[in-house]
Ligand binder design. Structure first.
Ligand SMILES: Cc1cc2nc3c(=O)[nH]c(=O)nc-3n(C[C@H](O)[C@H](O)[C@H](O)COP(=O)(O)OP(=O)(O)OC[C@H]3O[C@@H](n4cnc5c(N)ncnc54)[C@H](O)[C@@H]3O)c2cc1C
Length: 458
């Protein structure tokens, strides 16, 4: 039988996508370049290798990661079923024996008669073949160039926040600024203002005297960086240099860059500070703020030590530390529609980390969805995205509707789900109701609308 669907990459997303196609009676050609060609992080030739932690996140009922897994379970996810079969004790999390996990996925996928496995690197995509690109954050160089070519037809954003726009719509790095909890900021030491008083005063500004700046500068230069493994050695792009790299260019460089005080007069003194660190609201609840332009490659403990020298952040609690790491992903908001199809080439779908989601479970979930949709395409059905109220629908809605200029990959969180019609103050109760609503809608989508019925049980 001629395979109807080509799936590139047998990682978490690709293995799940192949299984979902086969379960719907659609033949698949699954390409995996390992072990013929390794990535810098994978260790084996097995499918669905977990390259770092062995955790598939919270399994506590009515949490967002649980809801996403619950939807995947209802949709017959192979990888989730295998994960449950080789779970190891990990409190509220679903953690797995990683060796058994990927060995079992490899065996199940290779045994499936409708899936033909090809151990080779793919470097060419044909827009007239149904193809799922699931080559992950470490997509090979040759294919990255091909994807850049394929995606060049879309609307390119002005400038990548996460790396060079090379050449269009494809990012190679994530640069992440640290985030602090709002109530750990000493508001008596900071002030609210927008630069040149333009717009509303939404930024928290941490002013520094020359003495404070010099102390911070010296601490930053002497802070220990993360030890880069070979494959992590980064060629930084001018648009997203780590702060310690900017600092190394001269004592005043930061004052002309992310710590520029121009247009930020302190209303209490009427004077312009020597330097300013700006904090931007992170979420609608305004309970967290990110340090604007403070991406860095320092050890977490060192970040805490150095960043607490900033006036107002002496007792800051960090929700996330700054990071810069390798990650190949496309600008999904400008390139994909909610079915994960490339707008310019509707027979090409993206899944996994490369489509702009972050994390193991999110990668498997988008693989599942791309597999269902690729099968629907092969059978001539119309594609219908999962409802917005579901975890999967919210995740794909986020990646396809976020601001393309500031797009960054996302994990599943309740922030992505639409609010309930009625306000529910109690957080646990609210999440429980959102989960109930999501499950109802997800089942309806699976039962009727998702296009191709499942022919084979999981
Ligand atoms: C170093 C690192 C650590 C991470 N740690 C975590 C973590 O702890 N927890 C977490 O939730 N997420 C983590 N992630 C993020 C993400 O969840 C994982 O990368 C996850 O494996 C992504 O799944 P995927 O299916 O998109 O890609 P992968 O699982 O990487 O699968 C992609 C597959 O495509 C193959 N491939 C690449 N190019 C080609 C080609 N041209 N032709 C054929 N095959 C190709 C690769 O060999 C690979 O098998 C990490 C990412 C990295 C890079």
């Amino acid at each position: 039988m001629t395979p109807a669907v080509r799936i590139i990459g047998a990682g978490l997303a690709g293995a799940e996508a192949a299984w979902q196609c086969a379960r719907r009676g659609v033949a698949v050609e699954l390409f995996e370049m390992r072990p013929v060609r390794q990535t810098p992080a994978h260790q084996t030739g097995d499918f669905a290798e977990l390259v770092c932690s062995n955790s598939l996140k919270s399994d506590s009922e009515n949490t967002a990661p649980w809801l996403l897994k619950e939807e995947m379970r209802r949709a017959g996810s192979l990888l989730l079923e295998i994960a449950r079969g080789c779970a190891v004790p990990a409190g509220h999390a679903l953690a797995v024996d990683r060796v058994t996990f990927s060995a079992s996925v490899t065996e199940a996928v290779s045994r499936e008669p409708l899936i033909t496995v090809r151990r080779e690197e793919v470097a060419e995509i044909h827009g007239d073949e149904i193809t799922v690109i699931a080559t992950g954050p470490l997509t090979s160089e040759g294919l990255s160039q091909e994807i850049a070519r394929l995606c060049a037809a879309g609307d390119a954003p002005d400038r990548s926040r996460a790396g060079a726009p090379a050449p269009h719509n494809l990012y190679f790095y994530d640069s992440i600024s640290p985030i602090v909890e709002a109530d750990s900021i000493d508001m008596s030491r900071v002030y609210l203002a927008a630069r040149y008083d333009k717009g509303s005063a939404d930024y928290i500004n941490c002013p520094m005297t020359a003495e404070e700046y010099n102390r911070f500068y010296d601490a930053l230069l002497s802070a220990q960086p993360v030890e880069a493994r070979d494959w992590e050695k980064l060629n930084y792009f001018e648009g997203c240099l780590p702060i310690e790299e900017i600092a190394r260019r001269g004592r005043d460089t930061l004052r002309f860059g992310p710590m520029k005080p121009v247009g930020l007069k302190d209303p209490r003194s009427g004077k312009r500070p020597y330097a300013v660190v700006q904090l931007r609201q992170e979420n609608l609840r305004a309970d967290s703020y990110n340090l604007v332009g403070f991406q860095n490659h320092l050890k977490f403990g060192e970040q805490a030590r150095v960043l607490r020298l900033i006036p107002g952040l002496e007792n800051a609690r960090f929700l996330r530390y700054g990071q810069i790491h390798r990650n190949t992903y496309i600008n999904a908001p400008s390139l994909l529609n909610e079915t994960l199809q490339l707008k310019g080439h509707p027979w090409v779908l993206f899944a996994g980390q490369i489509c702009g989601v972050e994390g193991y479970v999110e990668s498997i979930a988008t693989g599942l969805m791309a597999g269902i949709h690729a099968a629907a395409l092969a059978c001539g059905h119309a594609l219908i995205p999962p409802p917005r109220e579901t975890a999967l629908g919210s995740l794909t809605h986020y990646i396809t509707h976020a601001d393309p200029k500031n797009f960054q990959p996302a994990n599943i969180t309740f922030d992505l789900l639409p609010p309930l019609a009625e306000k529910v103050r109690d957080r646990r109760q609210r999440h429980r109701l959102q989960c109930e609503r999501a499950q109802g809608r997800f089942t309806t989508w699976l039962d009727g609308v998702c296009g191709v019925p499942c022919l084979k049980p999981a």
